[in-house]
Design a protein around this ligand. Structure first.
Ligand code: SF4
Length: 176
């Protein structure tokens, strides 16, 4: 995607030193649904797209099972660079100051996407974006589900139900 060239050059936090590339997102802009996850992982840092690793594949399956088409979504993260302490090093969680530094970028992406609905994926997205998007659907991060069995996870049924109810709400909104 050639949009957001200024974001691709961003060096507003220390993750600029350890990333391979800024990972703006995955999908086309505008989109009906904006998805905000946690952070790009190693695969995303290499490929330059959000949610392309194992957790991303699981998220796509979860969405489809609930009646949400991934092609209707634009997927981004609370930070757009792979959080690590060394260049292309192991994943770590994003720091609050990194998430805060990236918020202007994420909101610029949200403005471009112009979604009818927002899905917040994981604790960081919920913590930092639920006051900005109070109507957002909030779900557990697929990486957490992967650690407990993926689609067989005891937590998956609850996530699926939240997504199914959310999918109905989203359809009503975009038919308005
Ligand atoms: S994480 Fe966000 S704020 Fe930090 S350098 Fe990357 S794009 Fe800029």
């Amino acid at each position: 995607m050639s949009q957001f060239p200024d974001i691709r050059r961003c060096r507003a936090c220390s993750l600029a030193k350890v990333r391979r590339r800024v990972v703006i997102g995955r999908g086309t802009v505008p989109a009906k649904i904006l998805v905000i996850g946690e952070a790009p992982g190693k695969s995303e840092d290499i490929l330059g797209q959000a949610f392309v690793g194992e957790a991303g594949r699981l998220l796509d399956k979860m969405f489809r099972a609930a009646g949400i088409e991934p092609k209707d979504c634009y997927m981004t993260n609370t930070v757009l660079c792979h959080p690590s302490d060394t260049f292309a090093g192991p994943n770590r969680e994003p720091l609050p100051e990194e998430i805060a530094a990236c918020m202007g970028n994420v909101l610029k992406i949200a403005d471009g996407v112009r979604p009818v609905a927002v899905i917040l994926v994981g604790d960081y997205a919920k913590r930092f974006y639920s006051s900005i998007f109070p109507d957002a659907i909030q779900i557990t991060h697929p990486a957490a589900l992967l650690r407990t069995g993926g689609l067989s996870s005891p937590y998956y049924r609850k996530v699926k139900r939240i997504l199914e109810i959310g999918a109905e709400r989203i359809k009503e909104k975009w038919l308005q």
